[in-house]
Design a protein around this ligand. Structure first.
Ligand code: ADP
Length: 487
């Protein structure tokens, strides 16, 4: 794991151990080094003194050329275990006596410069043997380094033990002390995690002191406090909003129900009224007819003409009432929903209008096959029938054209009926859907009641669809409609 990802407690511990360990190692090594150097100087002094003693004891042997006494003197060194070689050289530098005798120990053929010095694996000293101020020979002593090695071993062991013991102590101590630093940080991170996991802003980190960490904890807690305040304000606002939306939805549902109810009552009223009006109207019509037939001779021309106007008006009243009846009936009956193939529906409508279409020389186009939809078959037939009849009726072109289709890629499907007729000025785009609203004189463009588009709109809306139009006066009109709710 990269160091930067190691938990903070271990990081701090590592820092503490590395610093104490490094310092101890450095101090221990320096101590060993200085001790060894000091010991080496002591060894030299020691060996020099010994050489001095041997030199003093060998003056007689060397001055008399007595090798036996010389060897005897050297042998006395056997008490000192560290002395591995000793020798006497005569005035001319020739080997005079040696210790130990012939045991494979090598001796320098000539004495070297006076003094002590370390050679490989040992310490060697050359010292003059003098008699009355005159040099009569040289003493050579060599000791091994076993004392030095064991001294180094002991020191290294001591330093190692101190190193380990203090390392352990540092570990124990730092693990306790570091808790002072890492404890609050870990606490802080634990609280932060809990806050984010539980989304609970009422949690607080525990403050353990007033140092920088304590200040950090304070700042963190303050921040949580602010978030908590905002959170609860937000929560309250949300609840208030939900409450209001709830209220409005209920209010809307209530109004909708009321509207539905009043629409139904209106439909019922229109239905009953128009139904009841039909009978007296028929009576008026019949009596006018009797009058005209039975009393024609007794009336003058003006009387007859007025009666004829009365009859025409009653006929018109009857068609208006029939339209109202048809319209109000639409609101009273349920739709017979089914899977409807619009190609068949449109083909049926065109069939029923075949004579008119032929007489008027209308060119009908259906660019693409139409889909199947869920709808009330008969009512959808009424939509197409009304729109196609209008497309032909409100058309003054020598070559009348009607196109029936579906808009490309529209969702839900948008159907259209397009003509190249007289068009509708924009200011009347809403008015044409009002009942009994006609844009022309009573008998212009083949007459009509002005209820057709109102009925079409009602059918579309009962399918939860929408109807609208686009038109360029003088060029033509396109009526668009859908048969299901737009999402
Ligand atoms: P009606 O045809 O019986 O008058 P509608 O409700 O079908 O009643 O139409 C209302 C009015 O809208 C019509 O009088 C006519 O002025 C206008 N209108 C309807 N369809 C078209 C059309 N395709 N082109 C031009 N005007 C139209």
């Amino acid at each position: 794991m990269p160091l930067r990802n190691v938990p903070i407690r271990q990081k701090l511990m590592l820092i503490a151990l590395l610093t104490t360990g490094g310092t101890l190692l450095f101090a221990g090594s320096a101590l060993i080094f200085f001790n060894v150097e000091r010991f080496k100087e002591e060894m030299k002094d020691d060996l020099k003194i010994l050489a001095q003693i041997v030199a003093q004891n060998s003056t007689a042997a060397l001055s008399f050329g007595d090798r036996g006494t010389g060897a005897e003197t050297l042998r006395s060194l056997s008490a000192r275990k560290t002395i591995v070689a000793a020798a006497l050289y005569d005035k001319k530098g020739r080997l005079f006596a040696q210790y130990p005798q012939g045991s494979g120990v090598e001796f320098p053929a000539q004495p070297a410069k006076d003094g002590a010095g370390f050679v490989s694996g040992g310490l060697a000293v050359f010292r003059p043997v003098e008699l009355k101020g005159e040099r009569i020979g040289t003493v050579y002593l060599r000791s091994d380094l076993s004392e030095l090695t064991s001294r180094i071993k002991v020191q290294a062991l001591t330093v190692g033990t101190v190193f380990l013991a203090s390392g352990l102590a540092a570990l124990l101590l730092s693990s306790r002390l570091l808790r002072l630093v890492s404890g609050p940080i870990l606490d802080l991170s634990k609280t932060a995690r809990a806050v984010s996991e539980q989304q609970d802003y009422s949690l607080r980190a525990e403050k353990r002191g007033s140092d920088e960490l304590g200040q950090l904890v304070d700042a963190f807690n303050q921040m949580l406090g602010q978030i908590q305040q905002r959170d609860s304000a937000l929560q309250e606002a949300k609840e208030e909003l939900e409450r209001r939306v709830d209220e409005r939805t209920r209010e809307l549902a209530r109004r909708n129900e009321e509207l539905h109810q009043s629409n139904k009552e209106l439909d019922d009223f229109a239905y009953i009224a128009s139904h009841d009006l039909k009978e007296p109207l028929r009576g008026i019509h019949n009596f006018s007819n009797f009058l005209l037939e039975d009393y024609a001779g007794k009336l003058d021309d003006e009387g007859r003409s007025k009666l004829e106007t009365l009859m025409r008006l009653t006929r018109r009243m009857e068609t208006l009432i029939d339209s109202l009846l048809q319209f109000s009936r639409l609101g009273r009956v349920d739709l017979a929903m089914d899977r409807v193939d619009l190609n068949e529906t449109v083909a049926g409508v065109l069939d029923s209008l075949a004579i008119t279409l032929q007489e008027e020389g209308v060119e009908v186009r259906i660019p693409k096959p139409l889909p199947k939809v869920r709808a009330d078959r008969a009512r959808v037939g009424e939509i197409f029938s009304n729109l196609i009849v209008n497309a032909v009726k409100y058309n003054d072109k020598p070559q009348k054209r009607v196109e029936i289709g579906m808009k490309n890629g529209s969702r839900p499907p948008v159907f259209y009926v397009r003509d190249n007729g007289i068009g509708i000025p924009e200011k009347h785009h809403d008015a044409v859907f009002r009942i009994f609203k006609r844009l022309h004189g009573r008998d212009k463009f083949g007459g009509g009641t002005g209820a057709g588009l109102t009925i079409v709109k009602k059918i579309v809306e009962r399918h939860h669809g929408r109807i609208w139009l686009e038109s360029s006066p003088g060029e033509g009109t396109t009526f668009y409609f859908t048969l299901q709710e737009e999402t």
